[in-house]
Write a protein that binds this ligand. Structure first.
Ligand code: FE2
Ligand code: FE2
Length: 347
């Protein structure tokens, strides 16, 4: 089946297009990209695929929808949206091309200065997601951190400039789980919550960077351990719990971020009652924003789709966070939680 046939079959609703992507790994050869982040009426510089499953068999395949140099016809986008198809896939080997393409899209936004920043934030978020993917899988972490820094800066700038965009954050969170999607979600929630609490752009940027790299250490934990659904042994649990320390050391080694950001990465599993890890610090000895990362990280963990577990609604997730207690008191700082609830309820 060639590209033309695939398109015709999709538009006629004859192909079963799959929407969910439960990949936790960095090893898949196809990566999902949101339809809304593509430039309509413009040429592509990479091939786009759809993920389909043949009705009679369970097998999943990727079929080419658009080949590099073809123009994305706006009428196709309309048809796809009507069919509820909101994402395509591209080959991992085209990652650099895709990042450059999204960069061009952002430049276009800068020229147009949109009043409605939703699309721009969406492209920024997707750009950040792929940049993170590249950073986590690269030997040149320091260089990629610097690039990510520029993007988080842009994100904070847009969020701060358009007050209405703060509440948009809730719609823009990724629903599927991957280490990258989760990190970007935590970054979005963290920076938006900081701005909602009237913190400065600089403080929000630093918090955002800590959020983005908080689980970097996870990229060094064996994948089979992370995907395991049965009960883990004490030693295996300890390995997973080493990720804040591992991430901290990786960041320290490449010397690209401020010490305060590194401290936040190290402390992101410390809790308000002092029963967290790796140091079991009481709240008074933690960085004042550790409680913010801890909260938005836990919230995204509960509300995102994870293999083998149903996601909670925002309300149910907040209830769960509110009810969690350790030996000496609540796990999550009540004041930060109250601010987070007010932020969620933003009219
Ligand atoms: Fe973590
Ligand atoms: Fe996390």
């Amino acid at each position: 089946m060639d590209v033309h046939d695939t398109r015709q079959q999709i538009f006629a609703n004859k192909l079963k297009v799959l929407r969910r992507n439960f990949s936790t790994t960095g090893t898949t050869s196809f990566l999902p990209i949101y339809l809304q982040t593509l430039m309509q009426g413009e040429k592509l510089s990479f091939n786009l695929y759809v993920k389909v499953s043949a009705a009679e068999q369970q097998e999943v395949t990727f079929l080419p929808f658009l080949e590099g140099e073809e123009v994305l016809d706006p009428s196709w986008v309309e048809l796809l949206e009507r069919l509820g198809i909101d994402r395509f896939y591209f080959q991992r080997q085209d990652l650099d091309r895709v990042i450059a393409y999204l960069n061009n899209h952002l430049l276009l936004f800068d020229l147009q200065q949109p009043n409605l920043p939703r699309e721009k934030i969406l492209v920024l978020v997707e750009h950040l997601n792929f940049s993170l993917y590249r950073a986590f899988n690269s030997h040149h972490l320091g260089r990629h951190i610097q690039l990510a820094q520029g993007q988080v800066e842009r994100l904070v700038q847009v969020l701060q400039r358009h007050v209405t965009s703060l509440k948009m954050v809730w719609e823009l969170l990724y629903r599927n789980y991957s280490l990258y999607n989760h990190s970007v979600n935590v970054c979005l929630l963290g920076t938006a919550l900081m701005l909602f609490m009237h913190k400065s752009r600089f403080e929000s940027l630093n918090l955002g960077l800590a959020c983005l790299f908080h689980d970097l250490g996870m990229s060094r934990i064996p994948e089979d351990l992370l995907n395991r659904r049965d009960v883990l042994s004490a030693a295996e649990l300890e390995t997973i719990k080493s990720h804040p320390q591992v991430g901290f050391e990786m960041l320290r080694e490449c010397d690209a971020l401020a010490p305060e950001i590194l401290q936040l990465v190290l402390e992101h599993h410390e809790t308000a009652d002092g029963s967290g890890y790796p140091q079991g610090l009481p709240l008074s000895r933690q960085h004042p924003w550790t409680r913010i990362i801890r909260l938005v990280d836990a919230y995204d963990g509960l509300t995102g789709h994870r293999p083998g577990r149903q996601p909670l609604s925002p309300f149910a997730a907040l209830k769960s966070l509110q009810s969690q207690t350790g030996l000496t008191g609540p796990t999550f700082d009540p004041r930060t939680l109250r601010n987070f609830i007010r932020f969620l309820a933003l009219p």
